[in-house]
Ligand binder design. Structure first.
Ligand SMILES: [Zn+2]
Length: 105
């Protein structure tokens, strides 16, 4: 697969464990405006992410999953919680805003 072309207008966002809030990965958006998940090789403490330029050109070993669209779960290595990932929800919601389902009347 060719490397992702990133949407530069979208700031990378920390993706945290729903239970213990540890940072498991980062969400970035590609030029098709689809949010995708990168999972760090090692969970991170605190709120600080590496610099955006590093996230978009990661050195070897930074991530163990690159650009996942959706998955049943990423297991937190600290608390064991399974965190579901569905990157298309945002674009789906946008679509629904644009084309609302009309109520029957
Ligand atoms: Zn956790």
């Amino acid at each position: 697969m060719p490397p992702t072309t990133f949407d530069e207008t979208y700031e990378p966002r920390a993706w945290t464990c729903g239970e213990c809030r540890r940072i498991l990965g980062v969400v970035m958006r590609d030029t098709s405006r689809v949010r995708r998940l990168w999972v760090f090789s090692f969970d991170r403490f605190g709120d600080d992410l590496p610099a955006t330029s590093m996230l978009r050109n990661p050195p070897r070993g930074l991530f163990r999953v690159h650009g996942d669209y959706a998955c049943d779960g990423v297991e937190c290595s600290r608390c064991g919680a399974i965190n579901e990932w569905a990157g298309n929800k945002e674009s789906f919601d946008k679509l629904m805003e644009r084309y609302p389902i009309k109520e029957k009347g």
